[in-house]
Design a protein around this ligand. Structure first.
Ligand SMILES: Cc1cc2nc3c(=O)[nH]c(=O)nc-3n(C[C@H](O)[C@H](O)[C@H](O)COP(=O)(O)OP(=O)(O)OC[C@H]3O[C@@H](n4cnc5c(N)ncnc54)[C@H](O)[C@@H]3O)c2cc1C
Length: 409
């Protein structure tokens, strides 16, 4: 078998592109094999097409957002922190960046495509050879050392192989879990892939009735055993199965154990204290005294939500507003400050933004990303059993681990 490269990087996603570019800049002959026709397909849809590249925070800030095995990422984050990534984009790749709420960093152009193409440029101008529509089928391992990979067109030899194939989420982008098979073939343990940052099934039937309704400014609280584990302001969406949208995806990452041990509550009027909301209701009611209750909430709530709130309030829809008691009004205000939703499960991992689980990190050297089992085999990115909350942290994990592998192959 002829060695066509010093190193083969499997997967031209965030981790693979960074890895290939970094290794090529060290003078390594790098072959980057991507199974899709186009590299970085997932990167192109990140951040709703705007790509939240990273988070402009320090090491502690990064580590505190990682859900599993944060200590494993200490070296990777220290070696290639957000500041280094931002400098690479702005100074070397000519992509201007901007920082938004919560230190989230985006291309100034709001174009994920710009970010993806810059990274492809980084790999290619460094000297890495990119082949697309080139799926790796398996690893070639002899006597405890990597020798190369199998592709549809035959064996390709190399001293080092980096598996940067991602997880199993959004499989149409190319991440279909091949890396887990490669890892298992090499004798690695793989923690079961699970969904994180994922829409939720909800018990309450009214979600179906509200399908398509987006709440732009609400506060979502997730509690477990009465203790608040997540609370944020933002946007959420009702769907035929339950709830989705940025707030829900973020909240889902805080679910530990069984879903139905948790409770969600939506504050529909987060800008108003209970007293202010009561005054607001009084004001709205005073202008509608002779109307039916159901016809008095038009200024307060989206149209689709009114029949649901009326039902949950226990006040008869046809009750005249002037008959509404103080107690009924206070109960209504309480309801608006906390509509209860009971999660019963998550959507499948394919619909999750991130796959939790993956290659067990105890079997990978955190200083180099090299396998502790097979010499010359490396892992980088989402294929590893690490995942984080939203805010640019998952891409930073891919970039930092990819860079570290690239420095060591
Ligand atoms: C809709 C969506 C939005 C997101 N938005 C953000 C965001 O704004 N900010 C953020 O931080 N994170 C975001 N994420 C998460 C982030 O995109 C991933 O964590 C990150 O892309 C993982 O990078 P990776 O390189 O490990 O894997 P991937 O980006 O999945 O890349 C893996 C690559 O390997 C290739 N591949 C797989 N198998 C083979 C094989 N056998 N042979 C050859 N090639 C193969 C795939 O085709 C793919 O190109 C988002 C995810 C989704 C789904």
């Amino acid at each position: 078998m002829e060695n066509r490269a010093d190193a083969i990087v499997v997967g031209a996603g965030a981790a693979g592109l960074l890895c290939a570019g970094a290794a090529a800049r060290r003078g390594r002959r790098v072959l980057l094999l991507e199974k899709m026709q186009q590299p970085a397909k997932k990167l192109r849809i990140t951040g709703k097409g705007r790509c939240n590249l990273t988070n402009n925070t320090d090491l502690d800030g990064l580590l505190s957002t990682v859900r599993n095995n944060h200590r494993f990422l200490y070296s990777a984050f220290s070696t290639f922190p957000p500041a280094a990534l931002m400098a690479l984009f702005e100074h070397e790749l000519g992509v201007k960046l901007k920082t938004e709420r919560g230190n989230r960093v985006f291309p100034a152009s709001d174009s994920a495509r710009d970010a993806a193409e810059a990274l492809v440029r980084y790999a290619k101008t460094g000297g890495a050879r990119l082949e697309t529509a080139a799926a790796v089928k398996g690893l070639i391992i002899e006597n405890g050392a990597i020798k190369g990979v199998m592709t549809a067109s035959g064996a390709v030899g190399a001293e080092s192989v980096v598996v940067a194939t991602g997880g199993v989420s959004y499989p149409l982008t190319g991440s279909t879990g091949d890396g887990y098979r490669f890892a298992a073939q090499a004798g690695h343990s793989v923690e079961e892939p699970r969904p994180s940052l994922v829409p939720l099934h909800i018990k309450e039937d009214f979600c179906r009735e509200l399908t398509g309704l987006s709440l732009k400014n609400c506060e979502l609280t997730l509690k477990k055993a009465g203790k608040t584990v997540f609370q944020e302001l933002g946007e959420m969406l009702f769907t035929h199965f339950g709830v989705s949208g940025p707030l829900v995806l973020s909240a889902s990452a805080h679910i530990k154990g069984e879903c139905d041990e948790h409770a969600l509550s939506v504050d529909l009027k987060p800008g108003l204290t209970p007293e202010q909301l009561d005054s607001r209701l009084l004001r709205d009611f005073s202008g509608n005294l002779n109307k039916d209750f159901i016809n008095s909430l038009g200024d307060l709530l989206p149209r689709k939500l009114i029949p649901v709130i009326v039902r949950l309030s226990g006040i008869e829809p046809a009750q005249k507003v002037h008959d509404i008691t103080k107690k009924q009004r206070q109960n209504l205000a309480e309801l608006l400050k906390g509509v209860t939703l009971t999660p019963t499960g998550t959507r499948p991992v394919e619909e999750a933004v991130v796959t939790a689980g993956g290659v067990r990190v105890g079997e990978v050297n955190p200083k180099t990303m090299e396998s502790k089992i097979i010499k010359g085999l490396y892992f980088a990115g989402e294929v590893l059993d690490v995942d984080a909350y939203t805010g640019g942290f998952n891409l930073q994990i891919a970039f930092s681990t990819g860079y570290l592998a690239g420095q060591n192959i």
